[in-house]
Design a protein around this ligand. Sequence first.
Ligand code: NAD
Length: 497
Amino acid sequence: METLAHWSNGATLEAPADSRHAEVMNPATGEVSSKVALASAETTAEVIAAAHAAFPAWRDTSLTRRANILFNYRELLNKRKGELAAIITAEHGKVLDDAMGEISRGQEVVEYACGIPHLVKGGYTENASTKIDVHSIRQPLGVSAIISPFNFPAMVPMWFFPIAIAAGNTVVLKPSEKDPTAAIWMAELWKEAGLPDGVFNVVNGDKESVDTLLSDPRVSSVSFVGSTPIAQYVYATGTANGKRVQALGGAKNHMLVLPDADLDLAADAAVNAGFGAAGERCMAISAIVAIESIADELVAKIAERTQTLRVGDGTRGCDMGPLVTAAHRDKVAGYIDAGEAAGATMVLDGRTVTPDAEGEGFFLNPTLFDDVTTDMSIYTDEIFGPVLAVVRVESFDEGIDTINANPYGNGTAIFTNDGGAARRFENEIQVGMVGINVPIPVPMAYYSFGGWKNSLFGDTHAYGSEGINFFTRGKVVTSRWLDPSHGGLNLGFPQNA
Ligand code: NAD
């Protein structure tokens, strides 16, 4: 069985003999497919050292050369993304099409970062004072740590590393221990693209390596994506250690359906965004807020469509794959038990499933609950599985209040044909990413991705112009080139003239 190690200074860094390991599973078959090393503090420090050593030369590498390497990376990714998709499906379980989709959304950020010469351009003011000029520059920070979750093993790291690297930083990526192979594959691709050794490194591990990244003084910034409690911990610890931190957390995304909406479109969207990737998306819709007058019809349409979905191995052309681990499958099933016990109406029960797969994979069918109230755990908690909860409300106002009262604020959507209602929703909703008749409003690479409230700690969203700001530091230079007529003593505070 293959044992996955680390990637440091342009080559595999084997784990020491006494290294801890975790099992990597194929969730569709329930079999262990490989083992991954879990780095000790010492091994993590060794990888940080490689990134730290590579920084001075990389920060002084021309923008043209950096952009060329990014273009190479983009071309290679385009050619070989099928290999990466197969890796993602084998370790995460999502269906192949969906894996290809995640790579494409990550690739957008690579393409955005190809424009780095323009993105880090500064400003220049001539004669701010007589014969005194001022200009601004943005410079890289140093070593950027990226800590990513299991649910997007390629896209989430690509929200950060193309911009970090393009801006002149070096990177240590700590991927999820549940699906670590994608990170190593992407590291090898960087090497092929011509990135100098040490600029992109991967340390596999768990809390021990994360804690080292959060405390090592050679790490300048931390970009984290994962569950809310860990995001909060990473933010608090990283900032206490003087680092720049952006920590994206969990979500509970609502979709509000008004009576004038196209209910067929809304039902399609609910099914796609609720059950895609088995609900293991931070932008998954998990609560449908339906106005009472159309709720029966909407629930019937969602149920009808959901029953046509084929669940099984992601390599077999199914619609929905397995959950990532047996433990996570059982946790999601536990929420379904709790929803039933709490008195929600079970429209579709996903606990019984006959998947199109060999072996003992971690499957559930999609579950649909109606008449869910906001005190039930299937509403309050992020389930991160294929469970949709319909909450009925009497009015648009009550819908907005319900969404705004939720402690998460990652994404939300409204389905309506009323422009005025959509505009009011956009204006009043306390959520970072809003869709209007669009269920998963993941912003394009030239905007920025990030939630509000318990869905993001820190004030900088991922990628786009906020990503450029995060991975660079501003500097302002005021200059005067003396000519012989200048001179003399003046101890007063300099004033404009
Ligand atoms: P997770 O929080 O368990 O793990 C995320 C990362 O943190 C992993 O690399 C993991 O190894 C590390 N980690 C886990 N426990 C740790 C600890 N105690 N101390 C230090 N590091 C630790 O999250 P997950 O289960 O891998 O991913 C699912 C979660 O990620 C969901 O909550 C989902 O909403 C969230 N997510 C959010 C976004 C977003 O953009 N807001 C995007 C994707 C996923």
